[in-house]
Design a protein around this ligand. Structure first.
Ligand code: C5P
Length: 406
């Protein structure tokens, strides 16, 4: 059985810190980027060192931190050029108003600003400042200039500020930044593709207050939606009831029952290039759900009649010109045999199989991918990482052309 490893080179970014109180979030950002498999080299301005020590960033990144143009540790004496040469991006977080002004003008009077000018990779900035500094026409002019120059500006957000004021200028949180940076670095293997997905459980009512459902957190489906968006796809996500934030950029259809999920899928199937059914759809629904709450009747039990729900995935796969169909199978035993049988019966090109007891609700997962070529096992990893690998495999199988992110 072939093991599928990610074909991507390990990603590397240079993270520049400038002198803002949000520098403390940069420590967390290093960790979150690491979760996405991104190696981080930190460079700090003198003012940034007033907020957080290089030792902290060195410990978290695992690399020496550079702060000085004249640092002798780079053999050819040119840290302002060498440090960014093997990186896929320079990220400046926090980016102060002063840094944005310097970058917009092309000033280069310290290591970080010189690196930004001498780079041959994209520049991403995460502004962080007091709301009046952000709203100042000079800052707005500088940000507009940076965008015209092709710089990617992430945030800022609005909310409570360290100065006690409330408004626009707060740096995005570390996990949001890591997600956006990681998505930016992904190869755009699904560019131009329309992906329709189902995720989460369905909820089938019994009466006004009760219902039956399947155990599903929606984490795997939502991670796949994010990975597909990061790969450049246009994603429609039909989601059952979950307590997760919608993936940024997904077109959401929120449903409760399998019948509603089926209707939403039918609406979008004709336009989809790829269909991924991740939802744990209830196989049965109560044949006649009661409008009002069923009252207890002494010691008497309750009998409910169930009717089968439509199989959404099988319906999509049986269209005359079906999209490339991907199914999921959560089994509690005999995983490979049941999964293979399910792939053939539902006529899907790719089936992702996992053991229900180790996948439901967890943040990581271990899956096998079954296709015409056989069974490929993926090593246990965070669902975000597994999702990227599955999307990579789907892109390869459905012949999408790889396009680099830059
Ligand atoms: O529930 P089962 O193990 O058959 O699910 C396998 C695959 O079929 C999953 O991808 C699931 O989303 C899909 N499915 C569906 N409609 C159903 C049942 C399952 O789309 N009614």
């Amino acid at each position: 059985m072939p093991d599928i490893e990610s074909k991507n080179e390990p990603k590397k970014v240079l993270l520049g810190l400038t002198g803002g109180v949000a520098a403390y979030k940069a420590a967390e950002l290093v960790r979150r980027l690491g979760d996405h498999g991104i190696d981080v080299q930190v460079v700090m301005t003198k003012a940034a060192c007033g907020f957080i020590t290089p030792a902290t960033l060195q410990a978290l990144s695992g690399h020496p931190v550079y702060t000085d143009m004249w640092d002798g540790r780079i053999a050819n004496g040119m840290p302002h050029i060498e440090l960014s040469r093997d990186k896929q991006a320079i990220v400046v977080a926090p980016a102060t108003a002063d840094f944005l002004a310097k970058a917009a003008l092309g000033l280069a009077d310290d290591l970080l600003s010189t690196l930004c000018l001498a780079r041959d990779c994209p520049l991403i900035v995460a502004p962080a400042m007091n709301r009046q500094m952000w709203e100042h026409p000079a800052t707005q002019r500088n940000v507009a200039q940076l965008k015209r120059d092709g710089v990617i500006v992430l945030g800022p957000d609005s909310g409570d500020q360290a100065c006690g004021e409330t408004g626009m200028g707060r740096m995005l949180e570390a996990d949001e930044l890591a997600e956006a940076i990681s998505a930016f670095l992904e190869p755009k293997t699904l560019s131009g593709k329309r992906v329709l997905m189902t995720a989460g459980p369905t909820f089938e009512p019994i009466d006004a207050v009760r219902g039956i459902t399947n155990r599903s957190s929606g984490k795997m489906g939502y991670a796949l939606a994010r990975a597909a968006i990061a790969a450049g796809a246009e994603v429609t996500l039909v989601s059952g009831p979950v307590s997760l934030a919608a993936p940024v950029g997904a077109s959401m259809e929120r449903v409760q029952t399998a019948a509603e999920m089926f209707d939403a899928v039918k609406k979008h199937t004709a336009k989809a290039d790829i269909f991924i059914g991740v939802a744990a759809v209830a196989d049965f629904r109560v044949s006649a759900p009661r409008k009002h709450k069923i009252k207890k009747n002494g010691d008497k039990g309750l009998t409910l009649d169930f009717v089968p729900n439509p199989d959404i995935l099988a319906w999509v796969a049986s269209r005359p010109k079906p999209p490339f169909c991907v199914g999921f199978a959560a089994e509690s035993r005999n995983l490979d045999a049941y999964a293979d049988e399910k792939r053939r019966r539902k006529k899907v090109k790719l089936l992702i199989a996992n053991l229900a007891q180790s996948a439901i609700g967890a943040d990581d997962n271990e899956v096998s991918m079954l296709d015409d070529a056989g069974t490929h096992r993926l090593p246990r990893a965070a669902k975000t990482v597994v999702a990227r690998q599955i999307i990579e495999h789907i892109a390869a199988l459905c012949g999408a052309k790889a396009r680099k992110s830059r």
